[in-house]
Structures are given as structure tokens and as C-alpha cells.
Design a protein around this ligand. Structure first.
Ligand SMILES: Cc1cc2nc3c(=O)[nH]c(=O)nc-3n(C[C@H](O)[C@H](O)[C@H](O)COP(=O)(O)OP(=O)(O)OC[C@H]3O[C@@H](n4cnc5c(N)ncnc54)[C@H](O)[C@@H]3O)c2cc1C
Ligand code: SF4
Length: 571
């Protein structure tokens, strides 16, 4: 493709993508006095008008059965109440999946990226998570350890506002938490079952503030975080990081800008970012001194792989050949249970935080007898939630009859279902990666798309088997019965589709050896000194703990390093 003449002005730092990673870099750099230009493929977000917090089911046209009726046609990609501009499939921005592989990719195109939508369960990684190879001989160690990362987890938790409590457990490290609300009725029953089974059930860690700070209000316990939190109590990078950074006067935002390629000079330094202005469908360039990729793990890998040149014929910063490799997602398995003790509980407001008040951290760290190497944690759901659109479809499956008797039966049992999901660690393997589609498929902007390869190994399949047994024993210890378990299924049929837990990491990993890893210990490309990566692509492993707090902590560290390198004139 022909490159346009770069515009004369040179930005100090161009950040690509405004999610957890990009938002953090923007916040830290602008706080440190650095001027930043942010390129974001999506549009601006206005929480007041775009978020669905406080919306009632009756405000959805015909309760979802209207002209489009997506829910009933099975074409609904995200909830009616979800924060805006997210999708699993977009005909304008396709991807492909290799034969014999299954993969699905949730993306978001809006300022703040997927942090507008995410579940906000934000545990910090443990010491052993940074040293997986040393721990059990599988995978690769990170180039730094927990001691080095701990201050950045502190900064992330304090700034983001994470509710939780110290537990003194190695698998759930202590942190800098805001007060956590008490457990709800179903969570108390889980705690009691946990005591009987010897399974810890401890306060959850959620990026939902119970105390106001930094211009964001405290939570008022409406349980609607996934819809977008207008008061900003639930962390999103848009509200917590990007909007305050704009007020410094040091941030320029270009929305609707789909980065296509990084442009090099003869010495192999990035001199500009080439992007498609989505509104005019024209190609533009912005010149820069340094660039930070934060487009999400797979999009950042795609950008590097699409940036081919004589110096880097296999993609920029890819002399190791590792860009796109080592891709992982979290594995998951869920069970619902019917718990008679919760039938007929007096009606009360059980909304609380829009997520767990308690959870089960990994508790078998020292067990060497199990048939899988790593671990999992368990999250849960229950209580008297507002019935969702189409929610009574499910009840109609469960109960026969009509009229008053049917209503009484439904009322009596409402709130007696408790759900559990175990989230487990995947070990990187050579069969799971992304690459540029070899058949030349492009998106609507003419940018070559990714093709995904996916394979779960026995490590993950056996983890699923263990999760299933654990969930069953918890539900039964609560006096309940498991719903809909099919004992004839194999673990390969039970495990989630790759990508569906939305924790993709590892595609541009960090490491001290340039022949093995594209990035150094500060997430700076070994091959290209003015190129940094600040999303989950640099992760060396994918612990069972959700990744976003670690993305923020790592991006914070990268941004501080970059600011110092800029000050010294090294980049
Ligand atoms: C429903 C849901 C629930 C989740 N729950 C949790 C949870 O409980 N805990 C947890 O830790 N994580 C959770 N996650 C995952 C979490 O959202 C991600 O880990 C996090 O948002 C990743 O941040 P990021 O900065 O890497 O990417 P993103 O948040 O995806 O942001 C990337 C941004 O880059 C932009 N972009 C992409 N390509 C380009 C391009 N070429 N040019 C310019 N801009 C581009 C995108 O538009 C987007 O705004 C969840 C995600 C979802 C969707
Ligand atoms: S539960 Fe709290 S954090 Fe979540 S949307 Fe409501 S007010 Fe915001």
C-alpha cells in the first residue's frame, strides 16, 4: 500500500488503543508531564447517554421481541443492557479460524475498550505466577518477579479502587483494598459449605469502589456494572484514566483511527503510524518519536505481523519468530445448582456489587497428586436479580402449568439457583497461536486479518474434570442438586471455546533472550528501541487469575520506564 506523506508534526508518544493497557500508559505519562497522542479505532464514549445503568427491561422495545428480536433469533451478541460497541462477530472486522480449531474473539471499539464491559474481578498475581517454569517445569519464567511487580499492583489497586480484604493466602496475595461489602445469603451458604469441605471462601477482589476517590463516586450497590457505571465507581479506563488525562491538556485523542502499520526508517526505528480514518476511509499517518501498542493482545500482534519491511520480513520486532505465538486464554467450566434452603427466603434487595462479594481462591497449591499442573479459582452468582429480558424463557422450561399456581411456584423458587464457574490456567502450547490469514482475507479497511489456531491439552482438560467434581461437591454440601450435568460428555466437550473467557494473552511475550521473546523486561522491543507494548501481549503465562489488574500494573511500570528513557533521550 502507498504511504502518504507524513504530517510535519512529530508526537512524542503515540499510544494505540485505550483499554486497560492504553489507558494506564496515557494516565501515567500525562501525569509525568509527557505529551501523548492516543489513536483509538472506536468512538468517544459518553457514560451519561451510552451506559445502560438504571435502564428497565420495559425500556427495551417489546422486551426484545421487536423488529430485530436478536435475543429470540439467537443473534444477540451482547446483552440489551451492555455498555456500547462490543461484539463477538463483526462482518466489517472478521477473523478466520484454522480447520480443526475453535476460537471466538470478543472485541470492543470505543474509548476505554473492553474495560467498559468487563466483569471487574481483579485478583493480583501470586509470586509463583511469575515463575511457572521454576514452579513445576512447564512454560517459561517471566523476566521479573513478584517483588518487583508488587509495588505496581499496589499502585494499580489504589488508583483503580479495588474492594477486597487481605487473607494471608499465597494464592490470593494481600493488597491495598477498599472495604468489601458483607456476603449475601447465597454466599454465606457457600462459605458454610466451604468450611465443611476445607475450601477457603474469602472476600472477592473487585474493581468497584466502595469509597469515593479521584472524582469518582462510591458504589451504590445496584449490581449493574456490566452495563457501564455512570458514577464511575466501577473502574473503566475511559472514566478513570482517559477523561482525567484529557484535563491535563497533554492528551490528544484521535478516534475512529484504525492503526494499520508501523512505518520504519532505514535504521529500523518507528517513525510513524499509518492508520485508516474510518469516517473518510482514507489512510493517514502520524509521525512519532515512540509508539506504545495497546490494541489488545491479538490486535497488537496483528499490527506487528502486518508491518513487514526489508528489515523485518516476518513482521516488525519479530526476529524471534514469537509474535502471535504463546497465545492462551483462561479455561472455564460452570455448574448451576438448585438449593432448596434458598426457597422462600424473605424478599430483600440482594443486588450489592455487580459481581462476587466472596470467591474461592486456588487452595491445592501443594497437592502433587492431582492430574493437572496448575490451578483454578471459583466465582459464583445468585440472589434475587432483576429478571433479564427473555429470562422467563428458562423458567418456562423448568415448570409446567399456568396461572396463579405457576406464578406461585416461580416466586417460591426464585433466587434458589446458585451458579459457579471455575476459571483455570492454560499452559502455552505450540498448536495455539495467531497469524496473518494465509488466504489473504482482509477487513473492510483492507487490513489483513488474523487466523487463529487453538488446541487445549490434557492439562486443561483434566483441570475441567477437577472443577466439575469440586462444583458438584460444593452444591451438594449446600444441600442442593446440580442442574443439567451430562455425565456422558467428555472434558473436551465441557471445556470452553478458546477466546470465550476473553482473557487472551501472550502473543508478544517478554524475556531477556531476544531469540526467544520479542520484548525485553520493560516491554520494549529488543529489535526496535522506540517500540513498546502495554496490553496483555507481553504476558509470559496466563495464571488462573483474571488478567486486567496485571495489565494495568505492567503498563504502569512500562510507562514509568518509557518516561525515564524519554527524559534521558534514549528513545
Ligand atoms: C464481558 C467481559 C468480562 C470480562 N471480565 C473480566 C474480569 O472480570 N476480570 C478481568 O481481569 N478481565 C475481564 N475481562 C477482560 C478485560 O476486559 C481485558 O483483559 C482488558 O480490557 C484488556 O485490556 P486491553 O487494554 O489489553 O484491551 P482492550 O480493553 O480490548 O482495549 C483495546 C483498545 O484498542 C482499540 N484498538 C484495537 N485495534 C486497534 C487498532 N488497530 N488501532 C487503534 N485502536 C485499536 C480497541 O478499539 C480498544 O478500545 C472481561 C472482558 C469482557 C468483554
Ligand atoms: S454496583 Fe456499584 S460499581 Fe457497579 S454499576 Fe452499580 S454503582 Fe457502579
Amino acid at each position: 500500500m502507498v504511504h502518504l506523506q507524513p504530517k510535519a508534526q512529530v508526537a512524542d508518544v503515540v499510544v494505540i488503543g485505550s483499554g486497560a493497557g492504553g489507558g494506564t500508559v496515557v494516565k501515567v505519562l500525562t501525569d509525568l508531564g509527557v505529551n501523548v497522542t492516543l489513536l483509538e479505532a472506536g468512538g468517544m464514549v459518553n457514560p451519561e447517554t451510552d451506559f445502560k445503568q438504571g435502564m428497565w427491561p420495559y425500556e427495551v422495545q417489546h422486551r426484545g421481541t421487536g423488529p430485530n428480536a436478536e435475543y429470540y433469533r439467537g443473534t444477540m451478541q451482547d446483552g440489551f443492557f451492555a455498555a456500547p460497541n462490543s461484539f463477538w462477530q463483526d462482518p466489517n472486522e472478521p477473523y478466520t479460524v484454522a480447520p480443526d480449531s475453535k476460537f471466538t474473539w470478543f472485541r470492543s471499539r470505543v474509548i476505554g475498550g473492553r474495560t467498559n464491559h468487563f466483569g471487574r474481578f481483579t485478583p493480583r498475581f501470586s509470586d509463583y505466577d511469575f515463575k511457572p517454569y521454576s514452579f513445576d517445569g512447564l512454560g517459561t519464567d517471566w523476566p521479573m518477579d513478584y517483588t518487583e511487580m508488587s509495588p505496581y499492583f499496589d499502585k494499580a489497586e489504589l488508583f483503580v479502587g479495588v474492594s477486597g480484604a487481605n487473607s494471608g493466602l499465597r494464592s490470593a496475595p494481600d493488597g491495598k483494598f477498599q472495604p468489601v461489602p458483607p456476603p449475601r445469603v447465597h454466599e454465606v451458604l457457600v462459605q458454610k459449605a466451604g468450611q465443611k469441605l476445607g475450601i477457603p471462601v474469602i472476600p472477592a477482589r473487585q474493581a468497584m469502589m466502595t469509597k469515593a476517590q479521584n472524582g469518582r463516586e462510591a458504589c451504590h450497590y445496584c449490581a449493574q456494572c456490566g452495563r457501564g457505571c455512570k458514577s464511575g465507581a466501577a473502574y473503566s479506563s475511559s472514566q478513570a484514566m482517559i477523561f482525567p488525562a484529557l484535563k491535563t491538556g497533554r492528551l490528544t485523542i484521535v478516534t475512529g483511527a484504525m492503526a494499520r502499520e508501523l512505518v520504519l526508517d532505514d535504521t529500523g526505528k518507528v517513525t510513524a503510524v499509518s492508520y485508516i480514518d474510518k469516517a473518510t476511509r482514507t489512510e493517514q499517518q502520524i509521525r512519532c518519536r515512540t509508539v506504545v501498542l495497546a490494541a489488545s493482545a491479538c490486535e497488537s500482534a496483528r499490527l506487528l505481523l502486518n508491518s513487514k519491511s526489508a528489515l523485518f520480513p516476518d513482521g516488525l520486532a519479530n526476529s524471534s519468530g514469537a509474535v502471535g505465538k504463546y497465545l492462551t486464554d483462561t479455561l472455564a467450566f460452570s455448574h448451576w445448582g438448585y438449593v432448596p434452603a434458598l426457597e422462600g427466603v424473605p424478599r430483600h434487595n440482594s443486588d450489592g456489587l455487580g459481581g462476587n462479594h466472596v470467591y474461592i481462591p486456588w487452595w491445592l497449591l501443594d497437592d502433587k497428586t492431582k492430574d493437572f499442573p496448575r490451578g483454578y479459582h471459583i466465582q459464583m452468582g445468585g440472589g434475587f436479580n432483576m429478571p433479564g429480558i427473555g429470562g422467563f424463557n428458562d423458567l418456562a422450561w423448568n415448570y409446567e402449568g399456568y396461572g396463579t399456581k405457576l406464578k406461585q411456584r416461580i416466586r417460591q423458587s426464585y433466587g434458589s439457583q446458585v451458579s459457579f464457574t471455575g476459571f483455570g490456567e492454560m499452559i502455552p502450547n505450540k498448536d495455539t497461536y495467531c497469524e496473518i490469514d494465509p488466504d489473504g482475507k482482509t477487513d473492510i479497511y483492507g487490513i489483513p486479518v488474523l487466523r487463529f489456531h487453538w488446541k487445549w491439552s490434557d492439562y486443561e482438560l483434566n483441570t475441567v474434570g477437577h472443577i466439575r467434581q469440586t462444583l458438584r461437591s460444593i452444591i451438594e454440601t449446600m444441600g442442593g442438586t446440580v442442574n443439567g450435568d451430562d455425565p456422558t460428555l467428555t472434558n473436551a466437550q465441557r471445556i470452553t471455546t478458546g477466546g470465550s473467557v476473553i482473557h487472551e494473552v501472550g502473543t508478544i511475550r517478554m524475556g531477556d533472550d531476544p531469540s526467544q521473546a520479542p520484548l525485553n523486561r520493560y516491554c520494549q522491543a529488543h529489535d526496535v528501541k522506540n517500540l513498546f507494548v502495554a496490553d496483555a501481549a507481553p504476558f509470559v503465562s496466563n495464571p488462573e487469575k483474571n488478567p486486567t489488574l496485571a495489565i494495568i500494573a505492567l503498563a504502569w511500570r512500562t510507562a514509568e520506564y518509557l518516561a525515564e528513557e524519554l527524559r534521558k533521550g534514549n528513545v
